[in-house]
Design a binder for this molecule. Structure first.
Ligand SMILES: [Zn+2]
Length: 189
């Protein structure tokens, strides 16, 4: 798990007849942990990010254990940045491999921070509540050939009465009929 990227040690394990040394530092085997974080070529990126190399014992554990160990030592926000850095570092390794151009350390770090901020901003936008719909409260006459009925009811607890109002309008906004009633009520308050 988490060891699927085609590092040289993984390719050798799958039967490829190639050397397993790191193509960048040429000092240690290119394991996932090594190429994404432990390689001496990443010293500046580790320094820029403020994260340590997490100790030499990382060389002898799987990348999955590496991730679990790191996750327990940093905040969620820091862990997000680390994941983006790993992703970008792997991109740089392949870019260097295919074009012989090494993206500068500062460029890797700045890209990761920028990506994380953009992602967070986009996430906030997605989480924003939908804008409230403005309901027009302007009265409108009904369509031609139709009538509109407006009603209202008001209750007076003290006098125990309620009033009902009804108005019927035509399409020109003229009142065709109206009703106003006061009724006594009997109920449990
Ligand atoms: Zn290396």
């Amino acid at each position: 798990m988490l060891n699927w990227i085609p590092t040289r040690t993984n390719l050798v394990a799958h039967g490829l007849k190639i050397g397993s040394l790191c193509p960048i530092c040429s000092r240690k085997d290119e394991t996932t942990s090594h190429i994404l974080w432990r390689c001496s070529s990443l010293k500046s990126i580790r320094s820029l990010s403020g994260f340590s190399s997490f100790g030499s014992f990382m060389d002898s554990i799987s990348f999955f254990e590496h991730v679990l160990t790191v996750k327990n030592e940093v905040t969620t926000k820091e862990f997000e940045l680390l994941c983006i850095l790993w992703w970008r570092v792997w991109f740089r390794r392949n870019h260097m491999f295919h074009s012989s151009v090494m993206i500068p350390d500062q460029g890797i770090f700045d890209w990761a921070v920028s990506f994380m901020n953009e992602f967070r901003n986009a996430k906030q936008l997605v989480c924003l509540p939908p804008p409230k719909q403005v309901v027009s409260r302007v009265w409108k006459a009904p369509q031609a050939g139709c009538y509109k009925i407006n009603t209202n009811v008001a209750l007076n607890n003290h006098y125990r009465v309620f009033g009902v109002g009804v108005m019927i309008w035509d399409c020109n906004g003229l009142v065709m009929a109206s009703l106003c009633l006061n009724l006594r009520v009997c109920y449990q308050p």
